[in-house]
Design a binder for this molecule. Sequence first.
Ligand code: HEC
Ligand code: HEC
Ligand code: HEC
Ligand code: HEC
Ligand code: HEC
Length: 453
Amino acid sequence: MAEKGSRPVFNPLTVIGAILTTVSAVLFLTFFFLELLGLHANPYFGIFFFLILPGLFLMGLLLVPLGIWRERRRRLRGLAPTEWHWPRIDLNDARTRRTAAVVAALTLANIVIVSLAAFKGVEYMDSTPFCGEVCHTVMEPEYAAYQDGPHSRVKCVECHIGPGAPFFVKAKVDGLRQVWAVTFDTYQRPIPSPVHTLRPARDTCEQCHWPERFSGDLRRTFRTYADDEANTEQAQVLNLKVGGGGWRRGGPHGIHWHTASNILVEYIATDPARGTIPYVRMVDATGAVTEFVVEGVTPEMLAAGERRTMDCIDCHNRPTHRFAPSPERAVDAALASGLLPQDLPFLRREAVAVLSEGYPDRPAAERAIAERLQAFYGQTAEATEARVARAIAGTQRVFAQNVFPKMGLTWGAHPNHLGHTDSPGCFRCHDGEHRSKDGRTISQDCELCHTFE
Ligand code: HEC
Ligand code: HEC
Ligand code: HEC
Ligand code: HEC
Ligand code: HEC
């Protein structure tokens, strides 16, 4: 039996660990219950309470055994006055029983706290405010467009991560890299698209949209405006043959044919933006395989490219982060929606002109917009003054929704593949140049995808 010395738990490392653990547990639990009672703190508090505190808690927890282990080694090496022996655990001894009960209770409490913290940490990192607001400058363009888009009630993670553990882990590992990039300011501006690691749409979009059920045509009106005094409107009505997986009709057909469950379209893109697609392979509903290749493309070019199975985001690449391709398009959309007053003479021309300039930041753009429109419309009668104010506010909003100088994001930085008028889109494949061995091409027939009214 060794002489009785101070017990190895009383060493500085273990004591610091115990204090750290206790303080962070108390703070974490307090915040957790306050949140349960309805307190909604700003997302930056979340970083401290749901990420840093649990980290300190775990660190403290690790320091406790580490301290004991170190102290034991010190004593074994004869650096400390007493020799270390494993404690004799004798449950007949009332003191040992009490200690064992305390250790068991503390362990249970720690497990509960760690699980709660892990749950809250994950929930917090999956929340839209965390994704959209914490990295405010970096995510500003995507967050702004998202809030304005059809998916503003869908959480970022439902498209970007999807369900299940493997993608969750992958996303978190990716997330660490992103935190690094933001901290040390090594990220690209604008953030490049496409997101090459995005999960296949089958597991994300198709959780909510059931493409087999699409059917029929979609009637859409495209409105454009002239640069004349009346901002003359021109409307073009298209019936888009949206089609579907053939739930009602004989088989997959129309625009959603590509993603029907018994169709496979694969392609090779030779540029990172997936803008150039010289090779397409299709397996149709009968199982027949056809390869379409653009003349002049070499096997080396294809081997260096990115091979991909076509899914929703090869057409709907901007389902929720939509930025106008040009000032003309943005102003047309604003005139059509009523954001800009159609009855203000020459507004189309003036708004496009002022939005086409480059500006160092948003305040500079807002000043320039106000000054130019104010100067152009001059001292107007009271009846139109309100319209000029609306025109200024509307034009400023068009700028704020589409141009983000801090992120280097301006007109056309993120082309939309859903169409063919502003960027190649469908015509990356449907250009009549992709030929199969038996001479078939991927059709560019104007009535393949829509009819005109
Ligand atoms: C409806 C699905 C959906 C939702 C919801 C969504 N995103 Fe996206 N996001 C996408 C798709 C699709 C892309 C483009 C991917 C591609 O082209 O590969 C994208 C791209 C991005 C990019 C890359 C830059 C760019 O503009 O292409 C960022 C950053 C981004 N999203 C952030 C967010 C944030 C932050 C939220 C939540 C506020 C969010 N996303 C919500 C689908 C979504
Ligand atoms: C969590 C559910 C959910 C997910 C995931 C989701 N969507 Fe949606 N989506 C919706 C809802 C709800 C609407 C209808 C919004 C409305 O009508 O206001 C919608 C609307 C749309 C529309 C019509 C938009 C318009 O302008 O009218 C398209 C296209 C679309 N989604 C594509 C996608 C794509 C592509 C993805 C995957 C990247 C996706 N969605 C993921 C729920 C979802
Ligand atoms: C080949 C390109 C293409 C692919 C692939 C594609 N879509 Fe579409 N989708 C379109 C076009 C074009 C429209 C018409 C939209 C428009 O002009 O507003 C459309 C319309 C829609 C709409 C709106 C339908 C309505 O009636 O309002 C939804 C929702 C949608 N798509 C979801 C999806 C989902 C989910 C997938 C993947 C399973 C998908 N799409 C794959 C091109 C495509
Ligand atoms: C990656 C290449 C690729 C892209 C991009 C693409 N398509 Fe296709 N599409 C094909 C192929 C391959 C076929 C089948 C051609 C054939 O059978 O001869 C096809 C067939 C079609 C068909 C006929 C389907 C049927 O009923 O049989 C429609 C409609 C269509 N595409 C619409 C679109 C639209 C709209 C877009 C853009 C939003 C688009 N496609 C983008 C490759 C593509
Ligand atoms: C592969 C399918 C496809 C083919 C082929 C095609 N279009 Fe389109 N077109 C589309 C889609 C999809 C849109 C809708 C884009 C959107 O929703 O913004 C569109 C939109 C349009 C618009 C309205 C665009 C706008 O933004 O004002 C015009 C005009 C048009 N197409 C003309 C043509 C003509 C002319 C041809 C024949 C040379 C043609 N299209 C061939 C798919 C196609």
